[in-house]
Design a protein around this ligand. Sequence first.
Ligand code: V47
Length: 383
Amino acid sequence: MESTSQRVNEPTRGPLPLRRERVRDASLHPVIDKLEAGERLSFEDGVVLFNSRDLQALGVLANRAREAKNGNAAYFNVNRHINHTNICITGCSFCAFAKKPGHEGGYRMTLDEIVSRAVPPEGARWEEIHIVGGLDPGFSFQDCLEMLRAIKAVNPTVHLKTLTLVEVDYYAKRERKSPAEILSALRDAGMGSLPGGGAEILGEELRKKICPNKISGARWLELARTAHQMGIRSNCTMLYGHVETLEDRVDHILRLRALQDETGGFMAFIPLQFNKEHTPYEHLPEVTGEDNLRTLAVSRLLFDNIDHIKVYWVMVGLKIAQAALWYGADDIDGTVVEERITHDAGAQTPTGLDLDTLLHLIRRAGRTPIERDSLYNARQVYE
Ligand code: V47
């Protein structure tokens, strides 16, 4: 471990202007002019960017925005996941993790099984535990609270990034309580922040097709607003690469951007690449590396009000994640450990990474690794 003295995460001074005449895709020229003038990009601009195949130009533009916000830093945290139950009544078409109650392959961890995962093995540490599960009729809200308290009892300093807004809504309805009451009880039991899952695609028409029984996009945004108003920070995500259009993606991003204008409560945006195995979409082509990089780059350019764009290596693979640090991403998530949702859908990536591998990836990309806490305070700069 090395010193924390230098200021790698400070915005770099005056990134070089992009010579628009060098950009072959002329449809990008007006968007470049807007970016040069510091203007916010519109829906139409987002569609132009997503339709461009000039990946290099998108990368240069996104990298300038990325470096202006986060300098040379590449953030990560030392975390693990716990998916306490995969039993779920929702039946989202894209999800290979969930099992309907009573169906083969369903599991629900006991409190002992959960707690045993919260204690790091000898020589290891978890700074954050990311806990999400299915909407499981056999796992009550009291079970949830007990789970958080029990984890805190064995690992008092760990940050619990826990329950998607979909689960918050589920427990509010089950308990006949307001979402604010549920969030407040979770916070009292040890929740530190909310992960960004469950956003999928927020536009209602497509949402009804891919996850008809899930809360609406409007409800997801309303719950995020409630959390932010209570001072609870959260992330936001977008599931892409299934049956959505590029317009759906832009619309989704702009809905999140509008809420962020209001609340400022989102810490990071995480585009989640759809993994298709064991879903009805197996016939679709694989999401390509080009699409991963383009989606990250366009997200960085549209989200002028979210500080961090996270590339989730679990879904896109380690090599694309490394390259993404030059295509708008400034955060590579973390050590992760025991990821299940993506692996049940066929992901070939490891189910966790050790710290050395993560540092190696970041350093070889020419970025400066910064271990962060869950709220993006720097814990350790690795020169
Ligand atoms: O909401 C489900 C997605 C999400 C599949 O907040 C799938 O830091 C790909 O939200 N292929 C859960 N994705 C994961 C998530 C997340 C991950 C990492 C970091 C953070 C954060 C949040 O996974 C679900 C859904 O959108 N998902 N099935 C699938 N087959």
